[in-house]
Ligand binder design. Structure first.
Ligand SMILES: NC(=O)c1ccc[n+]([C@@H]2O[C@H](COP(=O)([O-])OP(=O)(O)OC[C@H]3O[C@@H](n4cnc5c(N)ncnc54)[C@H](O)[C@@H]3O)[C@@H](O)[C@H]2O)c1
Ligand SMILES: O=C(O)[C@H](O)COP(=O)(O)O
Length: 332
């Protein structure tokens, strides 16, 4: 009988095709609700997820689970401590969607700078007066602040530089050699970057370490004309504080692909604001990125199931525990 890889949320067909070619049977979960999910996962050796949560209860419903594969970069939807305690490997696909997310961050900035939403509505409404009451923004020469300089921060910084913007970067590591090697200016204090930038673009993981890194006090440092772009994780921004700042015109606009609760609840104050542009966590969902991410993920899962150390192992302690356990068993 072939080993089962349970795919919680649909990925590009090339991923399951690779798993099949390697001798694994991939199945799409019928539902993310119990008890159907518990039944589907019961015999799985691998589970592949996008943003669906993989917690201890789900792991315990799959006694033969060896690997959790996360489609994408962020792994904040997986209980890493529970996986490690159970010797379950967690793998992801850093970089596979970086270019697409970087393009999306710029697209959100362009949308706001060029008033594409209001302009589109004005054109459809035959509103000829729109052009006389609107002033759009040219981006050349603007200061573009990049917060976090991993794969996506770096890709976004490069695109902004190519557009003629002055790029400044903040990372948690002072004098980050990666920033200097790429020829960007690093700002040591986050507050100083927020005060200087015309556009602030966030590229950090979610989780406790970055929760509400951008709150009311940080937003207060930003220029009244500034734009905030978040394609990272909703939890990085205090969304309630952001909504107040946008409503009161303390900053000019926000472009958001991610939210504290997803999908964005209909009660969110962001929905009623016209100085925001919202997309439903799709910045990594270009055809090219979906194909790269799915094939990269399948490769990681295949390596893990074959007993090889995956390239992008998120919890090395689980690998050590498995190896150590195997050696102990072999040694009697
Ligand atoms: N909207 C989307 O569809 C989408 C797609 C891809 C990634 N993302 C999000 O973007 C994040 C960044 O992706 P990436 O590919 O650039 O990841 P990455 O790992 O290459 O870069 C993350 C950067 O954040 C820094 N960092 C980590 N923890 C930090 C902390 N506590 N404080 C300050 N800096 C910290 C790291 O040093 C690194 O430079 C992902 O973790 C994910 O949450 C969202
Ligand atoms: O962290 C990531 O890479 C993104 O959140 C990926 O999301 P997706 O798998 O739904 O494209």
């Amino acid at each position: 009988m072939r080993s089962i890889c349970l795919i919680l949320q649909r990925i590009h067909d090339d991923g399951p095709a690779l798993l099949g070619a390697a001798g694994y049977e991939s199945r799409l979960a019928r539902s993310l609700e119990w008890p159907a999910l518990a039944e589907d996962i019961a015999g799985a050796r691998a589970v592949l997820t996008r943003d669906a949560r993989v917690d201890a209860a789900l792991m315990d419903a799959a006694p033969g689970l060896e690997v959790i594969g996360v489609h994408g970069a962020g792994v904040d939807n997986v209980d890493l401590a529970a996986a490690t305690a159970r010797g379950i490997l967690v793998v992801n696909t850093p970089g596979a969607n970086a270019r697409s997310v970087a393009e999306h961050a710029l697209a959100l900035a362009f949308h706001l700078a060029k008033s594409l939403g209001p302009g589109d509505r004005a054109a459809r409404a035959s509103d000829g007066a729109f052009k006389y009451r609107s002033a759009l923004t040219e981006l050349e020469g603007a200061t573009f602040g990049v917060v976090g300089f991993g794969a996506i921060g770096a890709a976004t910084a490069q695109l902004a530089r190519a557009l003629g913007m002055q790029v400044v970067v903040w990372t948690r590591r002072p004098a980050d050699p990666a920033v200097a090697a790429a020829g960007f200016t690093q700002i040591v204090a986050l507050g100083d970057l927020l005060a200087q930038a015309d556009i602030v673009s966030l590229h950090l993981p979610g989780g406790a370490g970055t929760r509400h890194l951008i709150g009311a006090a940080q937003i207060a440092r930003m220029k009244a004309s500034a734009l905030l772009i978040n394609t990272a994780r909703g939890t990085v921004v205090d969304e309630a504080a952001l909504a107040v700042a946008l409503r009161e015109g303390r900053i000019s606009g926000a472009g958001l692909d991610v939210f504290e609760v997803e999908p964005l609840p209909p009660s969110s104050p962001l929905i009623g604001l016209d100085n925001v542009v919202l997309t439903p966590h799709v910045s990594g969902s270009t055809q090219a990125a979906l194909k790269r991410t799915a094939t990269a993920l399948a490769g990681e899962v295949i390596a893990a199931l074959a007993g090889h150390r995956p390239t992008h192992l998120v919890n090395p302690a689980a690998w050590s525990a498995r190896r150590f356990g195997a050696l102990c068993e072999a040694g009697g």
